[in-house]
Design a protein around this ligand. Sequence first.
Ligand SMILES: [Zn+2]
Length: 60
Amino acid sequence: MKSDIRVCSAWDAEHDGPVYTLSDSCPECGADAVNSAPAPFDPTDPHGEYRRSLKRRNRT
Ligand SMILES: [Zn+2]
Protein backbone atom coordinates (compact mmCIF):
# COMPACT_ATOMS: atom_id res chain seq x y z
CA MET A 1 0.00 0.00 0.00
CA LYS A 2 1.31 3.41 -0.93
CA SER A 3 1.97 5.72 1.96
CA ASP A 4 0.53 9.22 1.90
CA ILE A 5 2.94 10.48 4.49
CA ARG A 6 5.07 13.33 3.21
CA VAL A 7 8.08 15.00 4.66
CA CYS A 8 9.07 18.67 4.60
CA SER A 9 11.44 19.12 1.68
CA ALA A 10 13.36 21.78 3.60
CA TRP A 11 13.50 20.07 6.96
CA ASP A 12 17.26 19.79 6.84
CA ALA A 13 17.53 23.57 6.71
CA GLU A 14 14.39 24.60 8.57
CA HIS A 15 13.99 22.04 11.32
CA ASP A 16 16.01 19.98 13.73
CA GLY A 17 14.58 16.82 12.23
CA PRO A 18 12.22 15.58 9.54
CA VAL A 19 8.73 17.07 9.75
CA TYR A 20 6.06 14.70 8.52
CA THR A 21 2.70 15.76 7.24
CA LEU A 22 -0.23 14.43 5.28
CA SER A 23 -0.71 17.67 3.36
CA ASP A 24 1.13 19.14 0.38
CA SER A 25 3.11 21.60 2.43
CA CYS A 26 4.97 21.66 5.68
CA PRO A 27 2.69 22.80 8.53
CA GLU A 28 5.61 24.47 10.25
CA CYS A 29 7.54 26.33 7.54
CA GLY A 30 5.25 26.10 4.51
CA ALA A 31 7.82 24.46 2.27
CA ASP A 32 6.75 21.79 -0.18
CA ALA A 33 6.13 18.43 1.40
CA VAL A 34 7.48 15.58 -0.63
CA ASN A 35 6.65 11.92 -0.56
CA SER A 36 8.90 10.34 2.00
CA ALA A 37 9.16 7.03 0.19
CA PRO A 38 11.95 7.89 -2.27
CA ALA A 39 14.09 9.47 0.43
CA PRO A 40 17.63 8.14 0.21
CA PHE A 41 17.62 7.40 3.90
CA ASP A 42 15.41 6.53 6.82
CA PRO A 43 15.52 9.57 9.11
CA THR A 44 14.85 7.44 12.13
CA ASP A 45 17.75 5.17 11.29
CA PRO A 46 20.38 7.17 9.37
CA HIS A 47 22.83 4.31 9.19
CA GLY A 48 20.28 1.56 8.70
CA GLU A 49 21.33 0.76 5.17
CA TYR A 50 24.97 0.65 6.18
CA ARG A 51 24.19 -1.59 9.13
CA ARG A 52 21.98 -3.84 7.04
CA SER A 53 24.69 -4.32 4.45
CA LEU A 54 27.14 -5.14 7.21
CA LYS A 55 24.75 -7.64 8.70
CA ARG A 56 24.26 -9.30 5.33
CA ARG A 57 27.99 -9.58 4.92
CA ASN A 58 28.52 -10.98 8.38
CA ARG A 59 25.81 -13.55 8.00
CA THR A 60 27.28 -15.27 4.99
ZN1 LIG B 1 9.19 22.53 7.11
